[in-house]
Structures are given as structure tokens and as C-alpha cells.
Design a protein around this ligand. Structure first.
Ligand code: IPE
Ligand code: IPE
Ligand code: MG
Length: 239
């Protein structure tokens, strides 16, 4: 914690929480047990983020492509999400954490979606940190959904095609208020983005660790932030 410069914190940290299945497999457990253990890491990382002073934390919890998994695994993930929402509501409201969600939420099972929307509503007054869960989320799908909104404006004659600017697309994303991530962490050592926040990560710093998500710790989180603080961000400009 002493290594962290509080004046140079990333405003927005996004995390691809990967490796639950491999964590379970290594121990001869069913995949679901890896997800269960992964939920504990989620709790720790949310708590640590608030303590460090991160203002925006976005977690990739379920991708649009994850619907390809077995019904058993999907329903276990939805149950874990519901359990997480129920258990964390009190903590979130007490600690000023505002919950948000991005993705094609209409595809979630009704019970999960209703609880999610209720939790978003009940935590909407939080001012310390915004926790965004990416659920049934795909970066390409988000860009497509945004394009449709911009297209509707064009159809209605509110905007001409040649007048379309970056800001029109940004304003049509799932959470237009969300700043672009400064730091993107991916656990489990895969060097890929897997359709996460494609529009938003144009100039995000990447931190990839071989640690599997259930083994990720506050210590390693601090290490990632310390490394971020040593990077020189240029955004294409010369020194
Ligand atoms: C990440 O862990 C959690 C989700 C994608 C929901 P995985 O389930 O992808 O774990 P691995 O990649 O198979 O180890
Ligand atoms: C990315 O992990 C999605 C989440 C962490 C929710 P995946 O395990 O689904 O991605 P791939 O298949 O390794 O690219
Ligand atoms: Mg994976």
C-alpha cells in the first residue's frame, strides 16, 4: 500500500476475471466450485478498490459468448450472481457503492435481472465508487447496439450521417457516463481481450497476470496499480 501514489490512481479499473475453471480442474473439483471461489475474490477486490480510492471498477462477469456454456454452468453462475447481490446489498449501501450493469441484460433469466435492477436502484445514491458488472456483455454487441441508436437519430432526421462524431457513439454506449478504463487487468495469463470494452480500451494500459482469478489477491492488485503508475501514457503524442 505504501508503494501506491494516491495522487496518481487509475480512475477506472476494468478486470477480465478469468481462470475459475482451471483453478477447479487443478484440484479435481467441478468448474462451479472455481466460480464459487472466484466470488470471494470479487468481494475482496471490491473492498480493496474502495479502500484504495478507485472511483470506477468494472468486472467482466459473463460474456455474450459465455451463453455457449452448459446449462448447468450457466445456471450456477446466475445463482452465484443472485447470491452475491443479496449478500452485498447492505455492504454496498453502507459503503456508498453504486452498482451498475452493462450488457444485453434482457437475455438474463427474469429472476436474476429483476434482482439486479432492484439492487442498481437501491444503491443508486452511492457516491464513493461505481461498481459495474458486465453481464451478457460483448464489446462488438455494445458497438452495434450504440450504432442502432445513432442510426435511429439519423432516420429521424436529427443527425446527418456525415455529422456523426465519436461523441455520438460514446453517448449511445450502455453506460455513457462511464469514463474509459485507465487500467485493464486480465488474470489466468491469456493475452487477449475476449470481446471486452472494445470501444473504451483504445488507450487503456494492460496488465496480464498468470494468476488464476480465485488466487488473485489484494497484494497482486496493488502490484498492478503500482506498475500502472510507472507507465508513461502518451496517447499518441510526442514527449
Ligand atoms: C472466468 O473463468 C469466469 C467466467 C467466464 C464466467 P472461466 O470459467 O473462463 O475459467 P477458465 O478460463 O475455464 O479457467
Ligand atoms: C472472458 O473469459 C469472459 C469473462 C471473464 C466473463 P472467457 O474464458 O470467456 O474468454 P476466452 O474464451 O478465454 O477468450
Ligand atoms: Mg476462461
Amino acid at each position: 500500500m505504501n508503494e501506491i501514489d494516491k495522487s496518481k490512481l487509475p480512475v477506472h479499473v476494468a478486470i477480465i476475471m478469468d481462470g475459475n475453471g482451471r483453478w477447479a480442474k487443478k484440484r479435481g473439483f467441478p468448474r462451479v466450485q472455481g466460480h464459487q471461489k472466484g466470488t470471494e475474490t470479487v468481494r475482496e477486490v471490491v473492498k480493496a478498490s474502495r479502500e484504495i480510492g478507485i472511483k470506477w471498477l468494472t468486472l467482466y462477469a459473463f460474456s455474450e459468448e459465455n451463453w455457449k456454456r452448459s446449462d448447468l454452468e450457466i445456471s450456477a453462475l446466475m445463482n452465484l450472481l443472485e447470491k452475491f447481490l443479496r449478500q452485498e446489498l447492505k455492504e454496498m449501501t453502507e459503503k456508498g457503492i453504486r452498482l451498475r450493469a452493462i450488457g444485453r441484460l434482457h437475455k438474463l433469466p427474469a429472476s436474476t435481472r429483476e434482482l439486479l435492477l432492484k439492487t442498481i436502484d437501491e444503491t443508486s445514491g452511492g457516491t464513493q465508487m461505481t461498481l459495474t458488472l458486465a453481464l451478457s456483455y460483448g464489446g462488438r454487441q455494445e458497438i452495434l447496439d450504440a450504432l442502432r441508436k445513432v442510426g435511429t437519430m439519423v432516420e429521424k432526421g436529427l443527425l446527418r450521417a456525415e455529422e456523426i462524431e465519436k461523441r455520438h457513439l460514446t453517448a449511445s454506449l450502455y453506460e455513457p457516463e462511464m469514463p474509459d478504463p485507465d487500467l485493464l487487468i486480465r488474470t489466468s495469463g491469456e493475452y487477449r481481450i475476449s470481446n471486452f470494452l472494445l470501444w473504451e480500451i483504445a488507450y487503456t494500459e494492460l496488465y496480464i497476470t498468470p494468476t488464476l482469478w480465485p488466487d488473485f489477491s489484494k497484494e497482486e492488485y496493488l502490484k498492478a496499480i503500482a506498475e500502472f503508475q510507472r507507465r508513461e501514457r502518451r496517447f499518441g503524442a510526442a514527449e
